[in-house]
Design a protein around this ligand. Sequence first.
Ligand SMILES: Cc1cc2nc3c(=O)[nH]c(=O)nc-3n(C[C@H](O)[C@H](O)[C@H](O)COP(=O)(O)OP(=O)(O)OC[C@H]3O[C@@H](n4cnc5c(N)ncnc54)[C@H](O)[C@@H]3O)c2cc1C
Length: 494
Amino acid sequence: MQQPWLPKKWDKEADLVVVGFGGAGAAAAITASDLGAKVLMLEKAPEGEEGGNTRIAGQGYLQIYDTDKAATYLNALCGPFTLPQTLVRAWAAEVRGNNDWAKSIGGDPQEHQHQPEGIEFPELPGADCAHKFHDGPVLGYSNTWKFYEASVKKRPVEILYETPGVELIQDGITKEILGVRAENHGKSIYVKARKAVLLTCGGFENNQDMIRNYLPGLPYCYTSGTPHNTGDGINMALTVGADLWHMNNYAGPSMALKVSEFKTTFSMTPLHFGHEQPGGMIVVGPDANRFTDEKYKTRHGKIKKNGLWGPMPVPCPMHMVFDQALFDCGPLYDMKPVSGWGRIIERYDWSADNSKELKRGWIKRGDTLANLAKTIGLEPAALEASIQSWNRICENGKDPDFGRKKMLVPFGNGPYYAIELSPSMLNTQGGPRRNERAQIVRPDNSPIPRLYSAGEMGSLYSYLYQGTGNIGEAFAFGRISARNAVAETPWDSK
Ligand SMILES: Cc1cc2nc3c(=O)[nH]c(=O)nc-3n(C[C@H](O)[C@H](O)[C@H](O)COP(=O)(O)OP(=O)(O)OC[C@H]3O[C@@H](n4cnc5c(N)ncnc54)[C@H](O)[C@@H]3O)c2cc1C
């Protein structure tokens, strides 16, 4: 008799089904294929938009050489949100192999310049273990991704685009994961996984319900990465009994422009740490008051307050208010396709003099501050007071409120301008909890048989984050998950 959980027929079959073709999925597919396994990848995005956040990231990945130091650093980054030491050790041992593995498959690892500035928390023990690498001639421009994407495509790996995984098929008695139900343009496709399913389908950066439920204090937040990561893998894993972890941790927030015509955020040059422009600019919340050092280089969204690291406050809606001098400085958005979904994939052509964006209504103008305040829904007297206070700060050369040290430029005469800013993020860290073998586990720590994960969907980062850590981890756990999955005995041979 046909078991009720099995489909009438399997449409496709492989040893390993990898759900999500980003960095973690690529590492898993390459590893498994090189071990002789038949691999099928399900990818939600259309061809050309696969690759997830890995494709449009800064392209750095973490390499360490001293596993003891690295374990010390990761434990310090996690602070009170501790990890099992078996997992920390497995992470350190595998991240150590990132470059060797890259070279073994034809890669060309290059260390970033600017070490040790890349060490995110130099004050923490073990921090100097961190080395940041990328593939290809220069950092950025999808270069690391291009190498891994080409490496997958060189191998006999079947990739189904526009075919998101939607449901795991689980044996009702043994609870083993037997395959995946995917969809292609609304039609179900049943894919049998003889050995295991690997979930590598990223976080929930583009799922506003999950953001409201899981990320601390955010009514909404938009991604600068792939719009295709909507937490699907998290829901699939929950449905078969997975525990979750690190759901409240994310690489953000920053403040950026989000408009309805585009899926992802535009980062504004006046807010970049490195840019000093000769114009007046502050950011205010709904009460027209400043709330942070607008030019502070956060540690992936975290700032230190009262001795503790936490997310930068983002009282929504926020407005970047600025003067004519800044408007005249040149484009408020840098289009160079170094990183970010908007700059690499969506490719909006921002005007050199900001006039197109003024016309589109993305930038608001008022002849006086009071007029501008009315246009953007702020109390005019409060906004005027904030600008007066800012001008005094600039005269004194000291910001007693938030300690801002850059662009201490007073506002000139009108007209004045404003851009509404939204919280923006790179990526979420939460998802199903995994063990040192990359198996997804239940609340009682027992693994769900034949279900593995890698990458930011259930990342190890529970609190503070070291830049390049996500891709470094995605590669490492992609390989761990593949090796363990390939070692499984096919369920249909038992
Ligand atoms: C602008 C930016 C810069 C960054 N820079 C860096 C950096 O330099 N170094 C670093 O370490 N980290 C960086 N990060 C973070 C890093 O890019 C990600 O955390 C990491 O790439 C995640 O890899 P992944 O393979 O887990 O997920 P992703 O690379 O996001 O891949 C997930 C894949 O799954 C697919 N998918 C989603 N749902 C489904 C489904 N239901 N079925 C099938 N497929 C699905 C997606 O389309 C995507 O292809 C950056 C992020 C951003 C946005």
